[in-house]
Design a protein around this ligand. Structure first.
Ligand code: BGC
Length: 377
């Protein structure tokens, strides 16, 4: 075989390069960056909202060119620790974690920090860890405040002479959000509790007395049954149940259906789960606080992109988040640091403004235009 002359060899190399540049224009310049991988740890598939969160996060990150490794931890903090460890072992480029338990991840996250893997706390703040780069959520205190204000208005607490009777059913004590929701609601109702315009016959007005492990519908059902059996027999009326979210509201409405004969109490909720929206139409729940998780996922994407590109994480990013949100770096202290937080705005939904949910593109009316169903994705 004859060897090509040096000139011919050079020409053939230049030609090959030209062909390559025309065929793969993205290769021109510093070389194509390998797709980054984002590890997403969601708490559970048992709660409708986290299934939605998981789907939106996955779809949006993939559409933006990232690889996604997603794990659901069955509401088990031990399993979530393992899930996060696996993703660290896989050397994901960034972690997005919605913690089952706000305080049990700190040891695992030390490893993430050692490997330089940034961490975004999604929806729930992760405590006792300096590894957390930022927090994306809704304004949790405001969620509770909206519920409390709604309750006060719905029960006419400013005008009434006889006290309104109310009970609280709160969220999971391991979820860092749950006390914020409770506190927001309690603060809105406190003036009426102080003035006697509102009474809690059970006397359970501390978060720990009203908490519901795992936000479980069944446990909320039992708690409500016990309250009804202990304090609302013999004609004692119950006017309202301040429920922190839809999964506990569902248990409460079931207990009211089965064990209470009086006028339906006002029941609050949060999330806009399909079955609860149905109950709102049927008068078995009164309101829910809707948090658009598509927006929350989009905010997580924008902030993650900025972190991976080494940009400053601050109010500058509000301009690229396509939803109403606030930046706060002075309120969310996780025991190690004030975590830079992006907090989106929640919306009150009743039977009168269900169309606002349709406008989000996440729900549609059923064929009879009676109930909302999930929009196919
Ligand atoms: C979320 C709520 C949800 C609750 C139970 C909270 O951390 O913020 O939207 O209802 O967990 O899933």
């Amino acid at each position: 075989m004859t060897k090509p002359s040096p000139i011919k060899y050079l020409i053939s190399i230049i030609l090959s390069c030209l062909i390559c540049m025309l065929t793969f224009p993205g290769c021109i310049g510093a070389g194509a960056p390998a797709a980054r991988t984002v590890g997403i740890a969601m708490p559970t598939k048992n709660l409708e909202r986290f299934v939605r969160d998981g789907e939106f996060l996955k779809t949006q990150f993939e559409a933006a060119g990232y690889n996604v490794e997603i794990r659901y931890s069955n509401d088990d903090s031990g399993q979530q620790n393992n899930d996060v460890e696996y993703m660290i072992a896989d050397r994901v480029d960034l972690l997005i974690i919605c913690a089952v338990d706000g305080v049990t991840l700190s040891q695992t996250l030390k490893t993430a920090e050692e490997y330089g893997i940034p961490v975004v706390a999604y929806d729930r703040l992760i405590m006792n860890s300096s590894a957390v780069d930022c927090y994306i959520s809704f304004d949790n205190y405001t969620v509770g405040k909206l519920q409390g204000e709604f309750m006060a208005k719905a029960l006419g607490m400013d005008e009434r002479n006889d006290p309104a009777r109310l009970e609280f059913i709160a969220g999971d004590p391991a979820d860092n959000n749950a006390p914020y929701f409770f506190r927001g609601a309690y603060d809105a109702l406190e003036p009426y509790l102080d003035s006697g315009k509102c009474k809690v016959l059970s006397g359970k007005t501390a978060f720990t007395q009203c908490a519901t492990q795992d936000w479980s519908t069944d446990k909320a059902y039992e708690s409500m049954q016990n309250l009804l059996a202990s304090y609302y027999v013999g004609g004692e009326s119950l006017d309202g149940v301040l429920c922190s979210n839809d999964s506990v509201a569902l248990g409460v409405s079931r207990a009211i259906d089965s064990d209470y004969n009086g006028k339906a109490p006002v029941i609050t909720g949060q999330d806009g789960d399909i079955i609860n929206l149905r109950n709102i139409v049927d008068g078995r729940q009164t309101m829910t606080v809707f948090k658009n998780v598509n927006d929350e996922a989009e905010a997580a994407l924008e902030v993650s992109k900025a972190i991976l590109q080494g940009e400053t994480i601050g109010s500058n990013l509000l301009s690229v988040i396509d939803a109403s949100a606030a930046f706060d770096d002075t309120s969310y202290y996780n025991g190690k640091k004030y975590v830079s937080s992006f907090l989106l705005d929640p919306t009150v939904i009743t039977k009168d403004n269900l169309d606002e949910l349709v406008d989000t593109g996440m729900y549609r009316w059923d064929n009879d235009h009676r109930y909302l169903v999930a929009q196919d994705r």
